[in-house]
Ligand binder design. Structure first.
Ligand SMILES: Nc1nc2c(ncn2[C@@H]2O[C@H](COP(=O)(O)OP(=O)(O)O)[C@@H](O)[C@H]2O)c(=O)[nH]1
Ligand SMILES: [Mg+2]
Length: 408
């Protein structure tokens, strides 16, 4: 169920469609849906009281097991809705967390998801605690229920601390891996975009990798980095990672910061969008905003409009022209059949070549000495008095170039 309020990003129905596909990806079956147009969400019951009663009757008619709200609920709203509908009520964030939990493969991914889940749950423990004291039967509302609740909270807090520590350790390992990549001095392009835009398909097409491709949100969570050879003869690194979605739970973004930090290392962000999606523009805005929330709004970006094989007939042609006019710097491709990929490779090669200047400029200015790994790398490079000689015929890498500049 959803509430459509004025000026929301996605049309209420579209947002519910998206919620439906999230629910399916979490293994659920959608039995019915309800959308209420309101000026604001009801502070007590999210939808109006009357509407909630109506949904409750529909739930028992359909014998549904659960009601899912399209927005994050306050614990009190959740409790009220559970009382009215008589079934469990969860929100979009819980569904997204569930999908992440299903798809997390690496140790780091699992830790991140568990952390996000616990942080999501901690403030919501009140509801369950009340229930527990009720189950305690006549012992009183502040009886064993409350103390059980407090010990639950303590256990969760302890576990959160634990997970944070583990995550720090993994982050250090990652830092080391990154260091060795940095010493290779390769240009790194990170593929970003709304979930299901075709990021993994594009990565596979460009780098000949075999990242999981699925018509399903959040199929790939763990970042994958591969080399891709470009027509210029240069080789760059391409990385594919978790996609974005509207109303991504804040605890997830926080927990996935380490994964998303791969993006902070990128020299170029390749923003992949699905041209055929009816909410293309809204999706692109969500991606822009999420990148901005990660402090990456000024990172060089290349827009790749994907899935042009689905643009068919006159309508398709018209849309293609409109998009080309609207995004003059974008590249139109089909990651599936390879159209436009040569043009994309050329652009990546240009960006990689331009990347050299960026490294040099940063160094010369020498500002923000403690900011950015690249600067740190460069400083380490500075101290290295004995630069490795270039092998004959090998192209100097950006880090080589840094050293060449220093010793010139
Ligand atoms: N027709 C068509 N489908 C595509 C294209 N690129 C990706 N897809 C499909 O879109 C779905 C999502 O692709 P995926 O690469 O997993 O998206 P991701 O979530 O952004 O990584 C899959 O079913 C792909 O087969 C394309 O260029 N054309
Ligand atoms: Mg993917």
């Amino acid at each position: 169920m959803g509430v459509e309020i004025p000026r929301s990003r996605l049309d209420g129905d579209d947002s519910l469609d998206e919620l439906g596909s999230l629910v399916e990806a979490a293994g659920g079956i959608v039995a019915g849906r309800s959308l209420q147009a309101r000026r604001t969400r009801d502070p007590n019951s999210y939808v109006g009281k009357g509407k909630a009663g109506e949904i409750g009757r529909e739930v028992s008619r359909l014998r549904a097991d659960i009601v899912i709200c399209d927005d994050e609920l306050k614990p009190s709203q959740q409790r009220t809705l559970e009382e009215i509908t008589g079934v469990a009520v969860v929100d979009r964030s819980a569904v997204i967390l569930d999908i992440f939990a299903r798809h997390a493969r690496s140790r780091e991914g699992r830790i991140q998801v568990e952390l996000a889940q616990l942080e999501y749950r901690l403030p919501r423990l009140t509801g369950r605690g009340k229930e527990m004291s009720r189950l305690g039967g006549g012992i009183g509302t502040r009886g064993p229920g409350e103390s059980k609740l407090e010990s639950d909270r303590q256990i969760i807090r302890k576990r959160i601390q634990d997970l944070r520590k583990q995550l720090d350790e993994v982050a250090r390992q990652r830092e080391r891996a990154r260091g060795s990549r940095a010493s290779e001095g390769m240009f790194l392009a990170a593929i970003v975009g709304y979930t299901n835009a075709g990021k993994s398909t594009l990565m596979n097409a460009l780098a000949g990798s075999d990242v999981l491709v699925a018509d399903q949100p959040f199929a790939t969570l763990d970042p994958t980095t591969r080399r891709a050879a470009l027509p210029s003869g240069a080789t760059i690194l391409l990385s594919d990672t978790v996609g974005f979605v509207n109303k991504l739970p804040p605890t997830l973004v926080a927990a996935f910061r380490a994964t998303l930090e791969e993006l902070a290392d990128a020299d170029l962000l390749v923003h992949v969008a699905d041209v055929m999606h009816p909410n293309l523009h809204e999706h692109m805005r969500v991606v822009d905003e999420t990148l901005a929330s990660l402090g990456l709004e000024h990172r060089p970006r290349l827009v790749v409009l994907n899935q042009i094989d689905r643009l068919r007939g006159e309508e398709g042609e018209a849309l293609r022209e409109a998009l080309a006019a609207e995004f003059p710097a974008a590249i139109l491709v089909s990651a599936r059949n390879g159209d436009g990929l040569d043009a994309l490779r050329v652009r990546l090669a240009e960006a990689a070549a331009a990347g050299w200047k960026r490294v040099k400029k940063r160094l010369r200015r020498g500002r923000h000495p403690h900011r950015g790994r690249r600067a740190a790398r460069a400083r380490r490079g500075d101290r290295q008095r004995d630069p490795t000689p270039l092998a004959p015929g090998r192209q100097p890498s950006p880090s080589d170039q840094v050293r060449i500049d220093r010793f010139r």
